[in-house]
Design a protein around this ligand. Structure first.
Ligand code: CIR
Length: 265
């Protein structure tokens, strides 16, 4: 079973962190409706959606992805790069403790989950303004015993690594080549976003389907042409907060047995 942790859209979303975007008005009611539709989409794709406690005073709490990196063997609670976001992690850690051993990124290291892309045993970490070298090194030390290798990836002009690249099918990446060099991902299939849709590289793969923001029609056509099953969702309001479809969930593969819940190896 796949558990998707989510967190409600905060009433303070319009005070979110912004790095590369100008602030524009966010329609809170629409943001909430889109977020609920996203959660329904996760359910329809077979996820058990578990909403953790809301954090109304934390504008960016809906972007739960940044608070944790989960692999089958461990959950690593991050230390987000934006100081305003550091208190978001405690509640997520409690939720994850049900399913995984926990580890944590410790100061002065910083790491945002949005900078971490896992493809098999390769962990790519964006060298962004949010994730520093110490964060990458700590993640590497925590995951090395399980056979993972961490690779730093240079980024330009975008917030997180997963703003620029995500996995959309087995060993197949959707990439914006203006923000990350596709040559870094040697040996993997590459699909490039349509040049007119720079933010279209953020997609969330669930089983044999890929959730993708509905606005990116040209990139969707490219994905479908390559055999990817795309499930479009409206994400206009979180996009104004510099978020995308990966940002709004933390996925945890679990196996329930008679004694309780056990992580899948
Ligand atoms: C931030 O700047 O932290 C939020 N406004 C957006 C975070 C988006 N998260 C993500 O891409 N993983």
């Amino acid at each position: 079973m796949l558990v998707a942790l989510t967190r409600a859209v905060s009433p303070t979303l319009d005070r979110c962190e912004l790095t590369h975007l100008e602030r524009q008005p966010i329609d809170l009611a629409l943001a909430r409706a889109q977020h609920s539709a996203y959660e329904r989409c996760l359910q329809e794709l077979g996820c058990e959606v578990q909403r953790v406690a809301p954090a109304p005073d934390h504008p960016d709490a809906v972007f739960i992805e940044d608070t944790a990196v989960v692999v089958p063997e461990l959950a690593v609670v991050t230390r987000p790069g934006a100081p305003s976001r550091r208190a978001e992690t405690a509640v997520v850690a409690s939720a994850l403790a049900v399913y995984r051993e926990l580890a944590a990124i410790e100061a002065p290291a910083t790491l945002d989950g949005g900078d971490v892309l896992r493809v098999g045993r390769a962990i790519y970490v964006g060298r962004s303004a949010r994730s520093n070298a110490a964060g990458m090194a700590q993640l590497g030390r925590l995951l090395a015993p399980f056979g993972y290798t961490v690779h730093g990836v240079a980024l330009t002009d975008c917030l997180h690594l997963k703003t620029a690249v995500t996995e959309v099918a087995e060993d197949t990446l959707l990439v914006n080549p203006d923000w990350v060099n596709p040559a870094v991902f040697n040996g993997l299939e590459i699909i490039q976003v349509d040049r007119s849709e720079p933010f279209a590289a953020n997609a969330l793969r669930i089983g044999d389907a890929t959730i993708h923001a509905a606005s990116w029609q040209r990139t969707r056509e490219k994905l479908e042409h390559r055999g990817v099953r795309v499930v479009p969702v409206d994400a206009s309001e979180i996009a104004k907060a510099e978020g995308g479809v990966t940002c709004c969930s933390v996925l945890v593969q679990v196996l329930r047995d008679e004694t309780g819940i056990t992580p899948l190896a």
